[in-house]
Each structure stands twice: as C-alpha cells, then as structure tokens.
Design a binder for this molecule. Sequence first.
Ligand SMILES: [Zn+2]
Ligand SMILES: [Zn+2]
Length: 289
Amino acid sequence: MNLTLLGSGGDSQTPMPTCDCRVCEPARDEGPPHARLGNATFVHEANAVVDAPESIWAMLNRQNVTDVEYIFLSHHHVDHVGGLRVVQAIGRPQYPLEDWDNDDPATVVMSETTYDRLAESLDIEAQYDDRGYAEFEFLADGETMELGGGVEVTGVGAPLDPGGPEDAAMGYLFEEGDASTLVFPDETTFLDLDKVPDDLDVWVKECGMFRETPGGDPILSDELWAEERDHGTTFDQTLEQVRTVGPDRTVLTEIEEIYRRRPGEYAALADEYADLGVEFGRDGMEIEV
Ligand SMILES: [Zn+2]
Ligand SMILES: [Zn+2]
C-alpha cells in the first residue's frame, strides 16, 4: 500500500498570511518542507483522500492526483472539511453542460454524527446532493467497507469530548493483504487505544500541541493551555499513545505553524524517539507500507 501525505499542516497552515516569523519566512521563500498546507492523506490503491481542508484543491494538483474515488472525513471541524467543495471538480461532465451532475462523482464517507454536524453548515442537500456533485455514505465505528484496488477500510471512532458520541471523530484503518495503515489525522485525545490493532504497520497521527517554542517561550498563555489541554492532544500524549499501540512506524501530521519549529528541529526531535519509530511528516511525503 502506498500513501502520500498531501499536506502536513493543521488548523494553521505554514506560512500564515501576514506572518514574518522564523518558520513562515523560509516557508514563503522556499516552499516545502518548510511550508505546510492543511491535513490530508492520499491512499493510492483506493484513490482515497482522508480529509478535505481548504487547500485540498491545491494539494491534489500539486501531487498530480488524476482520480479521486473516495473522500473520507475524520470529523466536522472546518480545517478538515473546508475544502469539500472540491468534489465539484471531480468527475465534472464535459461541455456542453446539460446539468450539474458529475459523470463520476466522488463518494464522501463519514460517520453519521459528522454528517449531522455538517448537513446544515455545508448545506449538503442543496449544494452537493441535489447538484450531483458527490455521493454520501456513512461508515460506523467498527464497520468495514470494501474499496477498489483490494483495499478495505474500517472506521475507528472516538469521542471529541468525554461522554460524547463514539463516532464524533473517525480514524480510517486501511488494509491491503498484510499491510495496515491507520489514518487518524486529528482528535485522538479520547481514543480508546484497545480499538487500534496491535500489529499496525503505520499510524498517520496528529502531532499534538507543544507547550513551548524551541526557544523556550510559551506558545499559549497558562489559561489557554489549560483550556486546550482539556480536549486537545499534547505531543507528550502522542508519544504515550504511540508507545502503547506500538506501530512499526508513526508519521505525525497536523503540524501547526504556531509550534514555531523548523524541519531540522523536528528531525532532531524525532531522533530522540527513534526507538518509537516516530517521524514528522512533510508535504508530499511518500509512505510505503
Ligand atoms: Zn485539525
Ligand atoms: Zn509564522
């Protein structure tokens, strides 16, 4: 199985418009690996994308992706669905246009809870369904679906808050023969790790928040840090989760501009945890499983 990390950023992309900090300047001048678009992963054998940030239009073009059959959504937050309108471009009919229905629309897969949370904000019925831009399918926590290319995918759900619906955030476990990859790109804070197979080959996972910049300055005020920690994953928690699950390899994504680290600093940090098989992702990174 072959994956491409289309984008390794998160809620904040790098460079941030108007910012001239030490990570944004080289990102603006040199592009990747300094620059990071939003969080999205492509699974080649299944022509499947996980998540649709605003920058998905640019990312699919940048990687020369010529066919998208599935778009899996991990949860309803706007940095993961803000570019879903890209389905308009996929399978669009040729001229002369007779209607707006796409010839070969992508299938958008998500949990029922995510659908409920998006139906109104994205105006799914009027903007997508009625126009034939995409087909929609639910995948439940623990449910498996067959994709093309000999790949099957199983939903792995987690609540966004304690006591919340178990399918509010979804990771997608892609399996092809013996090869397995869990793409759980964000929101693993309350994930029950017993749901993750213990013979996992690759985990594409959120990096988690850092308390300080490499220079030792606090990234968030004490108050905001306390608030964010209630429902957000920290880098230390990510390490703990990786230690518990023990995949062969973990590729970290959702790498925020506000962490203010350069690629070399991430590489040095990954070296400290070489025993865990942890790597920091970069845009366009190819992952062979
Ligand atoms: Zn996110
Ligand atoms: Zn910046």
